[in-house]
Design a binder for this molecule. Structure first.
Ligand code: PLP
Length: 400
């Protein structure tokens, strides 16, 4: 028999497996709170009007479909870095940031992991928050790094700053710390500005490398600059810093796979050497990135009027999600819940980390067709005025 007959069944992805179960569910009133993708007030995916306008312009201009270079679309990279690091960033103005376009945030994290595996000493561990976006773990493991956890969410549901600082100090110097820039996934709990200063100082003192994963810039506060405050602080503090940037959520470009990986270097010559090595990783893997989404982001960020409109659109997504937090908590109370749900309105970004147990999550899915990940995380973007009452009633039925 063929070797293929001996290939074992792989485990379904934790998140995407539940999303598939939702698709198979035939109940008419089923609710999808699983995947982190924005939905409008009617529950539909939303293509940003500025992105549509940029698409029209590319067509009108007769944009061709030539290959990008290995590093991607250069103009996009310039705009993307300025969007993330801010126009006042010293490393950017000094031309010492090595950057390549990537297959969205996931591709950026994976390329970073491959780069670390090649250039950091064997045995270097990657530290991820407990909990974190589940994909972080296989991303670093597949690249050959050991993955360890640092404390993040305390038993009280708040950010455990002391625990994290202790773990930073106890990790071997030269470890990689993966940090969520804002809108922490899955908890929705972010460090304060004062916490970030302490985290930055501790990482510097302990000699750790940092990978900032920025998948939600603009989604936390509605203001992209404000959401990049932690990144700016870290970039100015002189860390060994890399940034995985995604335009999936904040530009609604999920399936276009637009992002970047950048590393802040000591000088332009070092940046040039680092870029040359990133190219050597990319070329045998996928040769060059897709261009369409990068051209769209470049178009929007290059035009002052489109950029201003984009800022409003991004803010409107953050605002709707924040409104839905308040609505859900009000509906929970109206449905007779005796529990304190204030964490749902305190949390920020795409998700609410409800505190529901795995058994309660299973009951929500099986008995009420309300789908969420089994850690109790719900995508707030899936909540709207039509379904908030149904969701609340289901939660009260399983959890009180
Ligand atoms: N990092 C975090 C924390 C995320 O939540 C996500 C998406 O859910 C990503 C990275 C990567 O997303 P993408 O590859 O779609 O940019």
């Amino acid at each position: 028999s063929s070797y293929l007959s001996k290939v074992p069944q792989g485990a379904a992805d934790k998140i995407l497996g539940i999303a598939q179960a939702f698709q198979r569910d035939e109940r008419a009133d089923k609710v999808n709170l699983v995947v982190g993708a924005y939905r409008d007030g009617g529950g539909s995916p939303w293509v940003l009007p500025t992105v549509r306008e940029a698409e029209q312009r590319l067509i009108a201009r007769g944009q061709n479909k030539e290959y990008a270079s290995i590093v991607g679309v250069p103009a996009f990279l310039d705009r993307a870095l300025e969007f993330a690091y801010g126009p006042g960033c010293t490393a950017l103005s000094e031309g010492r940031v090595a950057a390549v376009q990537t297959l969205s945030g996931t591709g950026a994290c994976r390329l970073a992991a491959d780069f670390y595996a090649r250039f950091l000493p064997p045995g270097t561990a990657a530290y991820v928050s407990e909990p974190t976006w589940p994909n972080h773990i296989p991303i670093f493991e597949t690249a050959g790094l050991e993955v360890r956890k640092y404390r993040y969410l305390g038993a009280d549901g708040r950010f455990d700053v002391e625990g994290m600082l202790e773990d930073i100090g106890q990790a071997p110097a030269g470890s990689v710390f993966v940090l969520h820039a804002c809108a922490h996934n899955p908890t929705g709990v972010d460090p304060t500005a004062a916490d970030w200063k302490r985290i930055s100082d501790a990482l510097l003192a302990a000699g750790q490398h940092i990978l900032v994963d920025m998948a939600y810039q603009g989604f936390a506060s509605g203001d992209a600059r404000r959401d990049a405050a932690a990144l700016s602080l870290l970039a100015e503090a002189g860390h060994s810093l890399a940034l995985a940037q995604s335009f999936a959520k904040n530009f609604g470009l999920y399936g276009e796979r637009v992002g970047s990986l950048s590393l802040v270097c000591a000088d332009a010559a070092e940046a040039s050497r680092v870029e040359s090595q990133l190219k050597l990783l990319i070329r045998p893997m996928y040769s060059s990135p897709p261009i369409h989404g990068a051209l769209l982001v470049n178009e929007v960020l290059s035009d002052a009027a489109l950029r201003a409109q984009y800022d409003d659109e991004c803010a409107s997504m953050a605002r709707r999600i924040s409104d839905m937090r308040a609505l859900l908590v009000a509906e929970l109370s109206a449905a007779g819940s005796q529990r304190d749900w204030s964490h749902v309105t305190d949390q920020i970004g795409m998700f609410a980390y409800t505190g529901l147990t795995a058994a309660q999550c299973d009951a929500l899915m099986e008995e009420h067709a309300v789908y969420l990940t089994r850690d109790g995380r719900i995508s707030m973007a899936g909540v709207n005025e039509q379904n908030a009452g149904v969701i609340a009633a289901a939660i009260v039925a399983v959890a009180g």
